[in-house]
Design a protein around this ligand. Structure first.
Ligand SMILES: [Fe+2]
Length: 173
């Protein structure tokens, strides 16, 4: 279950409907899917995608997404510091960044023009779509990362970080 936090005010929102409203008002799509399937660590990408096919297919076809895969980050991930650093600097993408959290958790930070910086802790069952061009960064944590998430794309080539080099994330790490 997600938690939305606004550091400048200390406000924290835990109610899913309120989180959805807050994000939707700012152009960020958020939903929750039933995540009742428990996967073994050895579960394949195909098994995970198949388990969510009934949710994935209608969502993808309604929004023009064509491909999906599964990303897994955990304590066995090689060069984790480098993996973490790649997403930890403020950046944008030329297409939406859509993630469904199957297990584990990660923190999406948003820097929307005209709004206070806020973050959303995404956990099992949370679906979030960061719109193309939105300034954001992502953190799976300094230690003991654990994220298992479905990534949904229009075109995987659009999902390259374009760094803003603002350094704003340093205020929040
Ligand atoms: Fe991103």
């Amino acid at each position: 279950m997600a938690v939305l936090s606004i550091p400048s005010t200390g406000q924290e929102i835990k109610d899913p409907a309120e989180i959805k409203q807050y994000l939707n008002q700012r152009g960020v799509f958020f939903a929750q899917w039933e995540a009742s399937v428990v996967f073994e660590d050895t579960a394949s990408q195909e098994e995970i995608l198949e388990a969510y096919r009934h949710e994935l297919e209608p969502y993808m076809s309604a929004n023009g997404y064509t491909t999906a895969d599964v990303i897994s980050i955990n304590k066995l991930t090689e060069n984790y510091d480098a993996v973490r650093a790649k997403f930890l600097s403020e950046h944008t993408h030329s297409e939406d960044e859509v993630r469904f959290f199957v297990d584990g958790q990660g923190l999406f930070w948003f820097n929307l023009d005209g709004h206070d910086v806020f973050n959303v802790l995404c956990q099992s069952g949370d679906l979030i779509s960061v719109p193309a061009g939105t300034k954001h960064w992502f953190d799976a944590g300094e230690k003991n990362p654990f994220v298992k998430a479905i990534r949904i794309f229009i075109d995987t080539s659009g999902w390259v970080p374009e760094y803003t080099h603002s350094g704003i994330e340093q205020k929040y790490i």
